[in-house]
Design a binder for this molecule. Structure first.
Ligand SMILES: C[S@@+](CC[C@H](N)C(=O)[O-])C[C@H]1O[C@@H](n2cnc3c(N)ncnc32)[C@H](O)[C@@H]1O
Length: 353
């Protein structure tokens, strides 16, 4: 694409839209590969014919061959003409076949399926008041959200993000009370509860089905230091030593009121951690291809969720550091520090003096 502020050529536009067409249709094939077990069956990295793969994954051979050719065209699998076989390279397996990999992305793409399933509704609200509650989406959004963020919670949260807090993790190891607000299906809460058995964790979310799933997951994990409650973020009551907002404060109607309320629920010396989707510092800088899916999610999910709630600030998930710093400044807290970042996230700590 052209440099910022230059009008793109017709060729640039055609290539960009054709790439988007290729991407959107490849996402459907990736979800199909994930759901049918085709990637898992190829994860060993040895070449396979379509017959062998169809037998291993229990799929229709003719459609398996078409899927393999689509994946080869998308440069995700390698085709060898003499043996008529296909290989999933280990790099692709890390992203598409292994849910425990730090690079896992196939599960997160299920959220894009939700976006398409809800598209008629999304268009309706674009012509209306812009409001659509989180719980009004197809359940694939909740699954996709959990899977999209799970690798970061598995591989970054305890290992890299929390040690950057002003007080590190010593308090979590000794035993404190932590609120995970807007916890969704509770993966972050459960990850923390497992890592810090001396601390107590309470996950709060407005969405009853997500809380039901979180409770189920916690009981499956056999954890006794974690519980979940259906509650709006401004109805929680502490005191809490640490309050966390993982990928959710921007979704809320009144993030300033919620930040203010949370500050009042902190014990002496307590702090707030806010994890937000990655965004660049300025709007112009943020107009690049990697931000396009984030803006799309923001358009159809984050902003409508916020507009459906009292306050209706409609921050969006790409308001970046400037936007979130402003929220805490308006809530009367200027001690707001960017403490960590990873390719998909920025982590902030807010601490009343
Ligand atoms: C993008 S999801 C993130 C879920 C979870 N924190 C995660 O990282 O997977 C946003 C969550 O915020 C919740 N939420 C939105 N507004 C809320 C509010 N005012 N109070 C409590 N939860 C809210 C939604 O129900 C949803 O589960």
């Amino acid at each position: 694409m052209s440099e910022h502020n230059e009008a793109p050529s017709l060729k640039d536009i055609l290539v960009g839209v054709a790439d988007a067409f290729a991407g959107a249709s490849t996402v459907a094939c990736i979800i199909a590969g994930h759901r049918t077990g085709l990637y898992k069956a190829m994860a060993h990295g040895d070449p396979m014919t379509s017959d062998e793969l169809a037998a291993a994954a229990a799929t229709n051979e003719r459609l398996t061959r078409e899927w393999l050719d689509q994946q080869a065209a998308a440069q995700l699998v390698i085709y060898d003409e003499p043996s008529d076989s296909y290989t999933l390279p280990s790099s692709a397996a890390a992203v598409l076949a292994d849910p425990d990999s730090p690079f896992w992305l196939a599960g997160g793409l299920v959220g894009v399926q939700a976006l398409y399933l809800d598209l008629d509704r999304g268009i309706e609200v674009m012509k209306g008041d812009g409001a659509l509650g989180w719980g009004e989406h197809h359940p694939y959004l909740f699954e996709g959200t959990q899977e999209l963020f799970r690798p970061a919670y598995d591989h970054q949260l305890v290992q890299h993000w929390l040690p950057q807090r002003a007080n590190g993790i010593a308090d979590l190891e000794t035993g404190i009370t932590v609120a995970d607000i807007g916890c969704g299906t509770g993966y972050s809460t459960i990850t923390l509860a497992r890592a810090f058995p001396e601390s107590t964790f309470i996950g709060f979310d407005l969405h009853q089905p997500s809380i039901d799933e979180a409770r189920h997951n916690a009981s499956e994990a056999g954890l006794t230091n974690v519980s979940f409650e259906v509650a709006a973020a401004d109805a929680t009551s502490g005191p809490f030593d640490l309050i966390c907002f993982f990928d959710c404060l921007h979704d809320m109607g009144d993030p300033v009121g919620i930040a203010s309320h949370s500050i009042n629920q902190l014990s002496d010396g307590g702090s707030i951690i806010v994890v937000e989707p990655f965004a660049m510092q300025t709007r112009t800088e943020n107009h690049y291809l990697r931000a396009a899916p984030r803006y799309a999610m923001s358009l159809f999910c984050c902003v409508p969720c916020s507009l459906s709630q009292p306050g209706a600030r409609g921050m969006g998930c790409q308001a970046g550091e400037v936007g979130m710093r402003a929220v805490f400044a308006e809530a009367g807290l200027n001690d707001f520090t960017r403490i960590a970042e990873s390719p998909n996230h920025i982590v902030y700590e807010a601490q009343p003096s």
